[in-house]
Design a protein around this ligand. Structure first.
Ligand code: NAD
Ligand code: GLY
Length: 368
């Protein structure tokens, strides 16, 4: 088992990565499960795949699961589900010192984390991430949020989990498309800060996606350790370091918005495309060799992942995409910082990018 500490004054916690952690749930969570009834929030797909196993593990430890099973999918991150979930936690008589379990992908982790942040001004929660994306990114670092009519993740709080248990066995039931979407966030850690890890992804990405257990463990543990270092240094994203985790996200967010945040383009797929665009835009600005930018595109194409926005048939121009960026929550005094690359493994925050320049660049990309 890999154990990665997230060091935060007074709020440090561990991320444990191994196959079989859910089967050992009560012991792993000890001593945080104080009551017999343990609140577990999940979605319908995860409940179908892993509900019985979690129920059994809790029962073996002398507990009983109190289930809240939400619809799967992004619309669950809503005011309505937040209100109903907090009402449910109150009805379950959850106290500040109790731990609420979030069993699911980023949707369940973000909603449960936010509910925990505001319940009685903050109660504990434990992340049990069940997607690759949640294991390597969303379950670590304490960003919690819901979506509103004005946009995604605009209402939320920083609220760190008490513990994260990334059970690699749950990835066996994850649809292949979701696994690939999560893999984009793994590659992100290489592109933003470690050329050797990007080279490792080049070598091992296909086998990892095909199910090699050792490679999965290495990739998840590496990614969590990379994220933990960044979160420990810049928890609230105020120092320009945590912002590097947004590599590919500003371009990707515009693509997600243009496709209606729908199954047409998953978040991780948008991030993969966004990283290709960030690399090509960096090359267009003379920061990165063009060959390096095309290396990023080839990496994803070789794994049958989206790498060209022209194939999305977006039916819009570059200005339509930059219009979505105007609503980005990273907007600062009317300017949008972009994470760009001056090398594979060398990301930096550029604050001098005009959206007009981005729109022209995207026009070219849409025609490729
Ligand atoms: P998700 O939670 O919607 O899960 C994807 C799909 O996989 C769902 O249909 C789910 O039911 C299913 N699923 C999950 N685990 C499964 C399993 N083991 N077996 C079978 N099916 C399973 O999506 P996601 O990609 O995990 O997360 C996306 C969300 O995460 C977005 O809302 C995004 O904004 C958020 N996010 C948050 C952060 C953060 O730092 N808080 C970071 C990145 C993304
Ligand atoms: N997913 C980006 C962050 O946690 O900051």
């Amino acid at each position: 088992m890999a154990v990665i500490p997230v060091e935060l004054a007074g709020r440090s916690y561990e991320v444990r990565v191994a196959a079989g952690l859910l089967a050992d749930l009560p012991q792993q969570c000890s001593p945080r499960l104080r009551k017999r009834r343990v609140p577990v929030i999940t979605d319908a797909n995860v409940f179908a795949a892993w509900g019985a196993a979690v129920e059994h593990a809790l029962h073996e430890g002398g507990h009983e699961a109190a289930w809240r099973v939400l619809p799967a999918g992004e619309p669950t991150k809503s005011w309505e589900q937040l209100a109903q979930t907090t009402d449910w936690l109150l009805a379950e008589e959850v106290e500040r010192g109790d731990a609420v379990l979030a069993l699911g992908g980023g949707v369940i982790g973000d909603l449960t984390g936010f509910a925990a942040a505001i319940l009685k001004r903050g109660c504990q929660f434990i992340q049990l991430p069940t997607t690759l994306l949640a294991q390597v990114d969303s379950s670590v670092g304490g960003k919690t949020a819901i979506n509103t009519a004005a946009g995604k993740n605009l209402i939320g709080a920083f609220h760190q989990p008490a513990l994260v248990l990334a059970d690699l066995a749950v990835l066996d039931t994850l649809p292949a498309r979701e696994l690939k979407a999560g893999y984009a966030e793994v590659v992100k850690y290489g592109l933003l800060g470690d050329a050797d890890f990007f080279a490792w992804c080049d070598q091992n990405g296909a086998a990892l996606l095909a199910g090699d257990a050792g490679l999965r463990e290495y990739a998840v543990a590496y990614s969590v350790a990379a994220k933990a270092r960044i979160v420990a240094a810049d928890e609230r994203e105020t120092l320009g370091l945590r912002a590097l985790l947004n590599l590919g996200h500003t371009f990707g967010h515009a693509l997600e918005a243009q496709t209606g945040f729908s199954d047409r383009l998953l978040h991780g797929e948008a991030v993969a495309l966004g990283m290709v665009l960030a690399a090509r835009f960096s090359a267009a600005r003379g920061l990165l060799p063009r060959a390096s930018a095309e290396h990023v595109a080839r990496h994803f194409a070789a794994l049958d992942m989206p790498s060209e926005i022209a194939t999305l048939a977006l039916n819009c121009d570059g200005h339509a995409l930059t219009a979505h960026m105007l609503h980005d929550k990273k907007m600062d005094a009317g300017a949008l910082p972009f994470v760009l690359l001056k090398g594979l493994g060398e990301a930096f925050l550029a604050k001098d990018v005009a959206l007009e320049e981005v729109a022209s660049f995207l026009d070219e990309q849409l025609r490729r």
